[in-house]
Design a protein around this ligand. Structure first.
Ligand code: KIV
Length: 275
């Protein structure tokens, strides 16, 4: 039995139905407490495998494991109530076969309670996406710059900057949509290409350095908060938390060293013992 006024969580079909409607607001989160704040303003929270670089200081997302994704997915589910939580399938957990992809997706969904998963790749992933969707796994696609392919593409540079390169990226987005994905992330692609794909495909496009014409936008939370030391060129910083955290830590260190913290007003008074 569920409580009457419990907030209903958005589902993959709810997000799918937003094609061409109000822009979808999406952010990443990896923790319960940031998820709680993000949840109040966002339609989708992505537990991105970018957590490997952002939380763990890795150079790429390649070493991220299924267990890491599940642990942070659980934290985000605990912290949120309304947004659709999408958990990234990490490198090596789905590319081997459709069956491997299903086993990994099932683990993520059972162990976190999230509402969908995300896979990188276009045409090459289409068969796997259909296989998952037919078996009850809502899938978000991800085309354009696919960071898990860093070792074959060589850099995190934007894709499709020459019009002659647009064809394969468009074909990837179309394949993901035709395979049954409920939405697709377009990462770091030329603006007119993002606009064109958004007009062409029947599912919502979620842009990250793509086009304002996309059906929604996503950013890595720590990047937009000004916490990440290096961010891609397209990232707009909506806050400057890095300097503000540093200032707070410096003040604390100064007070501890000067024996000013904790001040007398913060110390528990000693209880008088009864005679
Ligand atoms: O891992 C991630 O955070 C992502 C977003 C950049 C879309 O895939």
């Amino acid at each position: 039995m569920s409580a009457q006024n419990e907030t209903r969580r958005l589902t993959a079909p709810d997000i799918r139905a937003r094609k061409g409607g109000d822009p979808l607001v999406c952010l990443t989160s990896y923790h319960a407490h940031t998820a709680r704040i993000v949840d109040a303003y966002c339609d989708v929270i992505l537990v991105g495998d970018s957590l490997g670089m952002v939380m763990h200081g890795l150079e790429t997302t390649v070493p991220v494991t299924l267990d890491m994704m599940i642990l942070q997915g659980l934290a985000v589910m605990r912290g949120s109530r309304r947004a659709l939580v999408v958990v990234d399938m990490p490198f090596g957990s789905y590319e081997g076969s459709k069956e491997q992809a299903f086993a990994s997706a099932a683990r993520i969904m059972k162990e976190t309670g999230c509402g969908a998963i995300k896979v990188e790749g276009g045409k090459r992933m289409a068969e796997t996406i259909s296989f998952l969707v037919e078996r009850g796994v809502p899938v978000m696609g991800h085309v354009g710059l696919t960071p898990q392919a860093i070792n074959t593409i060589g850099s995190f540079r934007a894709q499709g900057r020459d019009e002659s390169d647009w064809g394969p990226i468009e074909a990837d987005a179309r394949a993901v949509a035709a395979a049954g994905a409920f939405a697709v992330v377009l990462e770091a692609i030329a603006e007119p290409l993002g606009r064109r794909i958004t007009e062409e495909v029947a599912i919502p496009t979620i842009g990250i350095g793509a086009s304002v014409a996309c059906d929604g936008q996503i950013l890595v939370l720590e990047d937009m908060l000004g916490l990440s030391p290096r961010v891609p060129k397209f990232v707009k910083r909506f806050g400057e938390l890095g300097p503000s955290i540093e200032h707070a830590i410096k003040s604390y260190a100064e007070e501890v060293r000067a024996r000013r913290f904790p001040g007398p007003e913060q110390v528990y008074p000693m209880r008088k013992t009864k005679a």
